[in-house]
Design a protein. Structure first.
Length: 347
């Protein structure tokens, strides 16, 4: 304790010097960033200046500086050339801007978020993602894309922004971003979350946008990790896939029942009621197609449904028991109809 007290004044002095240095850097950045506001286009060097401004604003712990940095970032990205967007400077600027929205000080965080809602265009950020922000370096590109998608998701919590994204065909841009970066778990997670934000008013459009296929493909790729550690990720993919199944009139994805069964087996012991319910609903929906009866029986769906009903933890939930019963009956009834078709000939 004595040593800690001795170090305390030094720590405060060090912090004061750090803030003073950041203040000086902030003033230097402001003098050079006036050109960005007035210029017609912004090159990669201009985005380097934006990065320094965001970094200095973060260090000063000033809400006004954080708000100003967000404002300048919005203007710079609007004017950035295609080459600047695909540069490492754009990736760095995006990372520094995103850090302001997660500032440890609540006042700075709120000021940055308020400025982002006023000065950042969600559609522009989505377009920057599909334009290849960050360039050819794989890690840099997808980290920058993840940062911008997270910021877009925050912006879309405001109803006006959500409606703006719907009106400007943001759904298709998000699906395109998912198709480009669905092999990256973080990108797939953010795209899935954005799709689910749009879904309440655009469920049919989501179903025919290709989001269902993206969800199934990302779901398959998530098998490289322990599903129990990524329950929320599987939940999102299953939600999107189920949403699309409700409007799907063509052949269902053949791999979907396998994914649902495998995930249910893993998550039955420790998964939440919601994920188990979603997986059962997907199996019930697939079973509505009588031609899928033999395939579902081969996957052991009836036996899996009985395990849910007999499970001590899950069996107490009435809704889960009902869904499990439907999942049990569906494949068996389909198989019986297939073996004993009803004659339609006139006797």
């Amino acid at each position: 304790v004595k040593d800690a007290r001795a170090r305390l004044p030094v720590s405060r002095a060090s912090r004061s010097r750090k803030i003073a240095t950041a203040d000086n850097e902030l003033e230097e950045c402001r003098s050079t960033l006036e050109d960005i506001v007035q210029s017609k286009v912004v090159a990669a060097s201009g985005l380097d200046g934006v990065s320094r401004l965001c970094s200095s604003a973060f260090e000063t712990e000033s809400p006004e500086a954080c708000s100003e940095a967000i404002f300048v970032f919005g203007i710079a990205m609007q004017k950035a050339t295609p080459g600047a967007i695909r540069s490492s400077s754009a990736a760095t600027a995006s990372a520094m801007m995103a850090s302001l929205l997660q500032h440890p000080h609540e006042g700075c965080r709120q000021a940055a978020f308020s400025a982002a809602q006023k000065h950042l265009d969600a559609i522009k950020l989505l377009n920057i993602v599909v334009q290849g922000v960050g360039g050819k370096d794989v890690c840099r590109r997808w980290q920058a894309a993840t940062n911008l998608l997270q910021v877009t998701r925050l912006l879309m919590t405001k109803p006006e922004v959500l409606e703006h994204v719907r009106a400007c065909e943001g759904l298709q841009i998000i699906v395109e971003a998912w198709q480009q970066g669905g092999h990256v778990q973080e990108v797939a997670r953010e795209c899935c979350a954005l799709i689910l934000q749009l879904a309440p008013q655009q469920s049919r459009a989501v179903a025919f946008s290709g989001a269902g296929n993206c969800a199934v493909i990302s779901w398959q790729k998530s098998y490289g990790a322990d599903i129990r550690l990524h329950e929320s990720l599987v939940q999102g993919f299953a939600d999107v896939a189920l949403l699309c199944l409700h409007h799907c009139t063509t052949e269902k994805p053949r791999v979907l029942p396998q994914l649902a069964c495998d995930s249910l087996r893993v998550l039955m012991a420790s998964g939440g009621f919601r994920i188990v319910s979603t997986l059962l609903k997907a199996l019930v929906r697939v079973a509505a197609d009588r031609s899928m009866g033999p395939a579902l029986s081969g996957l052991g769906v009836p036996e899996l449904a009985l395990e849910v009903i007999s499970n001590e933890r899950l069996g107490h939930e009435a809704d889960l028991r009902r869904l499990a019963a439907e999942a049990f009956v569906g494949p068996i009834s389909s198989a019986m109809v297939a073996k004993c078709p009803i004659s339609t000939s006139k006797g």
